[in-house]
Design a protein around this ligand. Structure first.
Ligand code: SF4
Length: 394
């Protein structure tokens, strides 16, 4: 593989960045020269594809040096485009798409290339593990700081050898993906809105359309039900699962089951719940709809109810360190939600809140319902269903 082909695949490599700085085109040429029209198109395509989550598309095959160069220079252009649109949802999706792309490419590479990319991300690792398969090792503290927040990645699932976790190449590549995603998202957030005027002028139409589409998607989430339940009063476990979902962290099966049954019991329908799941990295609309309809009783004989705190703890989806004083008084996440709403009604501060915060939260809710009434909204508000199982009723 020639150097340019390598850089086109991995524009994060220091050598690729050096090439762009020393041999690549100047920004003016990149933005206006006919020769780089293909790179500008590719940058737009990269960002649209990320927003639409077309991450199943195969990594490109390059037929010539020109194509390699276009692919390489499209990367900084795409990043600038995301920064110009200045929407957190787009930045997040772009980071997910680019990191998945990197991961797909790295899976096919020899260990040396994987190592070169990992060094770019400042991952302190060693080679030469206890056996041939587990060739990439990290001290367990470094592992914990970088591992994906998924059950399979918990430290207890790994063998420790003298304080080190040794991973097979595919797992190490997955860890690189996670590090790159976090890093890219941070960098994009820092650069939001900061692009040269000349860039804005050239990409104005794409910026406007991407912004509209991102806002439309964000509004869809809201309409799907986030505004209809009081998320601030959700228990720590459900908040943690939802936050992880929106940060594109994979959720274990019990976490998905808990959040679906919890939201369903609050009155949210399958379509609303499906929206929550659509931001999960391995989201599959067909499969998710089937699972949600099965759990909520629409597609099967049983309507499941949310698991209690004991079950949540057994399955590792109760975030022990995030529990608060309400948690110690209840045995079920629904009981937490009911108690938190009861406290809100009476201006009783939530754990960590002041009296003023509690009063403001109540006023905000009252103002919101007043607004809705004034607008004569006819949308059906979901009503909390009676809790069917005994465990949930506690
Ligand atoms: S104790 Fe119960 S309500 Fe609190 S975080 Fe754990 S599972 Fe959720």
């Amino acid at each position: 593989m020639g150097a340019l082909a390598l850089y086109a695949k991995y524009p994060v490599l220091p050598d690729a960045r050096d090439w762009l700085r020393t041999e690549g085109p100047k920004l003016d040429a990149l933005l206006t020269d006919f020769l780089y029209a293909q790179a500008r198109d590719r940058a737009r395509e990269r960002v649209w594809s990320a927003l639409r989550r077309n991450d199943e598309e195969d990594p490109p095959v390059f037929l010539s040096e020109v194509e390699e160069e276009m692919e390489l220079v499209s990367h900084p252009l795409a990043r600038m485009l995301v920064a110009a649109v200045d929407e957190a949802l787009l930045a997040r999706r772009f980071a997910v798409a680019e990191s998945k792309r990197l991961s797909k490419l790295l899976e096919r590479e020899p260990g040396e290339t994987v190592s070169a990319v990992a060094r770019t991300f400042d991952i302190p690792f060693a080679r030469g593990g206890p056996d041939e398969e587990h060739d990439f090792g990290l001290h367990f503290t470094e592992y914990l700081a970088r591992a994906p927040n998924e059950k399979a990645w918990k430290l207890v699932k790994r063998d420790l050898v003298k304080g080190h976790v040794w991973l097979a190449k595919d797992d190490f590549v997955r860890l690189c993906e996670e590090v790159y995603k976090r890093r890219l998202e941070d960098e994009l957030q820092d650069r939001q809105g900061q692009v040269p005027t000349v860039f804005r002028e050239v990409f104005q139409s794409a910026i406007t359309r991407l912004k509209q589409e991102t806002e439309r998607l964000a509004a869809e989430y809201k309409e799907a039900g986030f505004a209809e339940v009081d998320q601030e009063r959700f228990p720590p476990c459900i908040r943690r699962i939802l936050t992880d979902m929106h940060n594109h962290v994979n959720i274990p099966h019990m976490g998905r089951f808990a959040v679906v049954t919890f939201l369903h019991t609050l009155g949210m329908d399958a379509d609303g719940i499906l929206r929550f799941f659509s931001s999960v990295p391995d989201f599959d609309p067909e499969k998710s709809r089937y699972q949600i309809e099965h759990i909520t009783g629409k597609g099967g004989p049983t309507e499941y109810t949310p698991p209690g705190c004991g079950t949540m703890q057994t399955y590792g989806v109760c975030p022990l360190e995030e529990r608060d004083t309400i948690c110690s008084d209840i045995k079920h996440p629904l009981a937490y939600y009911r108690k938190a709403l009861w406290m809100k009604e009476r201006n009783i501060p939530m754990p960590g809140e002041t009296k003023e915060d509690a009063a403001q939260a109540k006023e905000a809710t009252a103002a919101k319902s007043g607004d809705s009434a004034k607008k004569g909204e006819t949308d059906k508000k979901p009503k909390a269903k009676p809790v069917a199982n005994k465990e949930a009723a506690r």
